[in-house]
Design a protein around this ligand. Structure first.
Ligand SMILES: Nc1nc2c(c(=O)[nH]1)N[C@H]1C(S)=C(S)[C@@H](COP(=O)(O)O)O[C@H]1N2
Ligand SMILES: [Mo]
Length: 232
């Protein structure tokens, strides 16, 4: 799906680069496993799964999509490849783990400890990917190695990098995400400007925009230090 010529969603501005980004507490945290992905499937299911190379045997797809961070920067036309989440769900999770039909909330966790949750219904959209390449190359550590979620219709904080665990939950489970409560909208649909809860999206634009430069710089510095240490 290409969204190249469409106007940007409300409140978003195009960036010239694609920065490593997130909540500041994750700037200095990195995945320990960056090549072969393993994915745990847990929660309200009949059998827990620990999948090595979870994309194996699933149909691979390429997708060009825009990426929208809640803090208002957008990166156009990123070229991802991987498998559709819906295929992973229908061909692996449903037959092997057999999730309870009432478990319609799905928590996603990265190796760096970052946590978010999405409605299963939103994850089953055909443009939601488990991605392992960007612009034709394996994902870099900065952008989510070895495997990340890509949910282009949702703000970037739902697209968990270094994805290591998927947990099926009841919507009433009270699952705690990484962000403060007001920052986490249960759906976070970009088209509806669902940036967070309690405050209207247009108001959060002005609260978040001034934080972008400093956050990018912090993440960049931490990456350089990490590369120097790991000799990469
Ligand atoms: N594991 C993990 N996933 C994450 C984050 C993070 O810090 N850790 N940051 C989120 C946020 S807020 C954004 S905007 C995107 C940024 O993706 P990028 O670093 O590849 O640009 O990743 C999201 N997924
Ligand atoms: Mo973000």
């Amino acid at each position: 799906m290409s969204t190249m010529s469409s106007p940007l969603p409300p409140g978003q501005r195009e960036t010239a680069d694609f920065p490593r980004f997130g909540l500041t507490q994750f700037a200095g945290r990195f995945p320990s496993q960056t090549t072969r992905p393993t994915l745990q499937v847990i929660g309200l299911i009949e059998s827990e799964l620990s999948l090595e190379d979870p994309l194996q045997q699933l149909p691979r797809v390429k997708q060009t999509s825009d990426f929208h961070c809640v803090t208002t920067w957008s990166r156009r036309s990123l070229r991802w490849s991987g498998v559709r989440f819906v295929d992973f769900f229908e061909q692996v999770v449903r037959p092997q783990a057999r999730p309870d039909a009432a478990a319609t909330l799905v928590a996603l966790r990265g190796q760096d400890g970052a946590r978010t949750a999405m409605q299963l219904e939103d994850l089953l959209s055909s443009d939601v990917l488990l991605a392992d390449t960007l612009d034709g190359a394996p994902l870099s550590v900065d952008h989510g190695a070895p495997l990340r979620l890509i949910a282009p219709q949702h703000y970037g904080y739902k697209s968990i990098k270094h994805l290591s665990r998927i947990e099926f939950l009841l919507p009433s489970s009270g699952y705690r995400v990484s962000a403060l409560r007001f920052m986490d909208h249960p759906r976070a649909r970009v088209a509806h400007e669902e940036r967070g809860r309690y405050f209207p999206g247009w108001l959060l634009r002005y609260a978040y925009r001034p934080l972008v430069r400093g956050t990018v710089a912090l993440f960049q510095k931490a990456s350089l230090e990490h590369q120097a240490k790991s000799g990469a």
